[in-house]
Design a protein around this ligand. Structure first.
Ligand code: AMP
Ligand code: MG
Length: 392
């Protein structure tokens, strides 16, 4: 058996980057920036007012001072001219600061009478000016690789970057295998169950920024599996679910081998999800996941997510781990690294009592996978442990 990190190294060696494309900014959220985006402009491009008020020369602004209002500067419409001693320009948030002015007195500190204003006795001290380039300057860079979130999109827009070069979305073909499976919405026969983890993995892949495609369920015959594998053409990654151990009906390895897959078979020292198959087939990477619903989903987080990140240029890194303290004591762990469905609250992290790898109801209630290292001794309440966060 090999460790999870050894298995990941093998998988990374099979995962080729999918290349890049240029997309409009409106489609950039969730994509991985592949080329640095460089601002061509300063923001703000001019010194601007941060408040509604009056722009004056700062040294004139003493309590009780009076000014003549000589004009107005609004957002999008600057005051054409300079402010001299004893003069003020009515100004609004975001408007360019007139030449000569060094301070904005907020309107709450001013009494106005016609064209004259008088400052109050207790003045707010701030100058309420946003300096030119105070947010960012021309040359400021959003550095690749970076998974772009809504905040990044806002910044790129402010930089006047209308198109960005991003990693392509890896095309992932998802194949369920098994005579016992039907699709959700169908009527299962008496010995049948509903294909579930395929849908979970589809959702996970979408959230990772991949382009998953659900193929028809392959039945447990060579011809059916071959037919469905034909449909996977064009995929960057083929993920099969189930049929990957050595039972009589476990055809994936043998059918893939007949089609020329250079196969690697890994027994990974983890729970759940011991058997893992990987290789390259017809220009695509192939990953064979265990069929047990929770095993498949855990392998999705532990292996599939890092593969998608590798394919999109985000480096070779395991699923990010965080630290929490135990809310309940846990017994010693065996030789396999254990990914336990757990709940993380303000009190800490606690695994569910039942951890059978078929129990999706508990996976759905879990918000974390608590990681028990191989041969970890018993741990007490309050001990720090590692976990992988499960996004809801
Ligand atoms: P297998 O690896 O094909 O022997 O499958 C192991 C277990 O996982 C069996 O109980 C299967 O019925 C179940 N299983 C396999 N694929 C799926 C799937 N896509 N959705 C739900 N259960 C599955
Ligand atoms: Mg099966």
């Amino acid at each position: 058996m090999i460790s999870v990190s050894q298995a990941l190294e093998q998988l990374f060696s099979l995962a080729n980057p999918v290349g890049t494309e240029t997309v409009p900014l409106i489609e950039a959220s969730g994509r991985v920036l592949a080329q640095d985006a460089v601002s061509q402009r300063d923001q703000p491009p001019f010194a601007a007012s941060a408040m509604d008020g009056y722009a004056v020369i700062g040294s004139d602004a003493s309590p009780g001072a009076q000014f003549k209002v000589i004009g107005e500067s609004a957002a999008g419409h600057r005051f054409q001219g300079a402010v001299l001693p004893g003069q003020a320009v009515r100004i609004f948030t975001g408007a360019p600061l007139p030449e000569g002015a060094t301070r904005v007195v907020i309107q709450e500190d001013v009494t106005r009478d016609g064209a004259m204003i008088t400052l109050g006795a207790a003045l707010d001290r701030g100058d309420h000016i946003r300096p030119a380039g105070g947010d960012f300057r021309a040359g400021a860079t959003v550095t690749a690789p970076r998974r772009l979130g809504p905040q990044d999109v806002a910044l790129l827009a402010a930089m006047n970057i209308a198109r960005v070069t991003v990693a392509k979305r890896p095309k992932v073909a998802l194949i369920s295998t098994g005579d016992e499976l039907v699709m959700p919405g169908e009527t299962p026969g008496p010995d049948q169950i509903i294909a579930s983890n395929t849908f979970g993995l589809h959702a996970l892949l979408n959230a990772l920024g991949a382009e998953p495609r659900l193929l028809p369920i392959a039945r447990d015959t060579r011809s059916s599996l071959g037919l469905v594998l034909d449909l996977a053409e064009g995929a960057d990654l083929i993920v099969t679910i189930g049929g990957a151990s050595v039972g009589d009906h476990d055809l994936v390895a043998s059918v893939a081998a007949d089609r020329g897959m250079e196969r690697a078979f890994y027994k990974v020292a983890m729970r759940p999800g011991k058997p893992l198959m990987a290789g390259r087939l017809d220009g695509a990477m192939m990953l064979g996941l265990p069929g047990n619903p929770v095993s498949a989903m855990v392998c999705g987080h532990v292996f599939l997510a890092p593969i998608i990140r590798a394919m999109t240029g985000q480096g070779h890194a395991a699923a990010p781990r965080k630290i929490a303290t135990l809310a309940a004591a846990v017994p010693a762990n065996g030789p396999r690294e254990h990914y336990m469905r757990a709940t993380l609250t303000d009190e800490g992290i606690a695994p569910f009592d039942r951890q059978d790898s078929s129990l999706l109801s508990l996976l759905s209630r879990a918000n974390a996978l608590l990681i028990r290292p191989s041969q970890d001794p018993p741990r007490a309440t309050g001990d720090p442990v590692e976990y992988i966060a499960l996004e809801s």
